[in-house]
Design a binder for this molecule. Structure first.
Ligand SMILES: [Zn+2]
Length: 343
């Protein structure tokens, strides 16, 4: 009876992933496919613990669960499955209007968390692609000194599907394009920077530049004028005091005004504590730049590529901090070597 009330229309078309068609002609309904519905619940749980769509595609392939069309998974297909409101019990048309109510695979709470997490990751990805990679302008090529930027190098699997691989790559400048083709895997490099910020630099005090507004001695002049107005006519020293105050007022008004200036101030927290509050790549990048950090990067190579056991050139990832910035004075003073570079 309830089933009948919920499904006032018959389902038309191919069932979405997670469902199969049941019922007679003109009274077709969608019901969860036990295997696919179970896979969706597992994938959603893993996604909410931080696994990427790419990782989950590999997981589904490895579990032997094909797509609706019987193929292997790519992030776009999985994303479409996870974005489909049918998982929460609504089959919708292109405008988002409910066509048919179906038994949900996810409860409302899980569905909302899933959509929010997908939105969050999508916006984060968008920011990074707009050129604010965490190490853009901070990473420098250790071979030629050129700036390194994020590169998305596509690779193709045997079955023709594409996978994204991200690198920091030496680009040189507009007048002198890079010739060294120095590349370093982005994820590994960012992990090394995270480690450096959360261990080596973490305990040192943080400073910020504070702009002190300039002034034309208005406050002091105001006080002198107030004292003048409040002078007591019956005071035997009235005239002497008035002369003195008028002279002081004239002196203050003749003083040059003080321009605004910036000064370094301790914030009271540590570099590590502040780093932990930074959420986006752009914020982290800004802080790395404020600290005056330069990260020199070179990917090591085996000496003889044919012999995997030959001793190669080691990777270089060195963290250099500018002494000029004044933001890392204590850290630099504490270093055994004076150059301020650590590996
Ligand atoms: Zn280079």
């Amino acid at each position: 009876m309830q089933e009948h009330l919920r499904n006032t229309k018959s389902f038309v078309g191919r069932p979405p992933f997670g469902y199969v068609i049941a019922g007679e002609a003109k009274a077709k309904i969608l019901v969860p496919d036990p295997v696919q519905a179970d896979a969706i619940c597992t994938v959603v749980a893993l996604y909410l613990t931080g696994k990427s769509l790419r990782w989950l595609c590999a997981y589904l392939d490895a579990e032997g669960i094909p797509t609706r069309r019987g193929g292997s998974w790519v992030p776009k297909t999985l994303s479409e499955v996870l974005r489909n409101p049918v998982l929460a019990g609504r089959q919708v048309n292109g405008k988002g209007r409910t066509l048919l109510k179906v038994p949900p695979i996810l409860d409302q709470d899980t569905w909302r968390k899933l959509q929010a997490e997908m939105d969050r990751k999508a916006s984060k990805k968008g920011v990074a692609q707009a050129g604010t990679a965490m190490l853009g302008g901070v990473a420098v090529c250790a071979k030629c000194g050129g700036p390194m930027y994020r590169l998305n190098a596509y690779n193709t699997r045997k079955d023709g599907t594409k996978i994204d691989l991200f690198y920091m790559r030496c680009w040189g400048t507009s007048t002198e394009p890079s010739r060294c083709k120095n590349m370093y895997p982005l994820e590994e490099l960012e992990a090394r920077v995270e480690r450096f910020m959360t261990t080596t630099l973490a305990r040192w005090p943080r400073y910020e530049m504070v702009t002190v507004p300039g002034h034309g001695h208005e406050e002091e002049i105001y006080e002198v004028e107030r004292d003048l107005r409040e002078l007591d006519f019956d005071d035997p020293d009235f005239t002497a005091k008035q002369v003195a105050l008028l002279a002081e007022r004239a002196r203050l008004r003749a003083l040059p005004s003080v321009p605004a200036f910036s000064e370094r101030r301790a914030t009271g927290d540590t570099i590590g504590e502040h780093w932990a509050t930074l959420k986006t790549d752009a914020e982290k990048r800004e802080f790395l730049q404020l600290l005056g950090m330069v990260i020199r990067v070179r990917r090591g190579k085996p000496r003889d590529e044919a012999d995997p056991f030959s001793e190669g050139i080691p990777d270089i990832v060195s963290f250099e901090t500018s002494t000029a910035s004044g933001f890392l004075d204590e850290f630099l003073r504490d270093l055994p070597q004076e150059q301020g570079a650590v590996s």
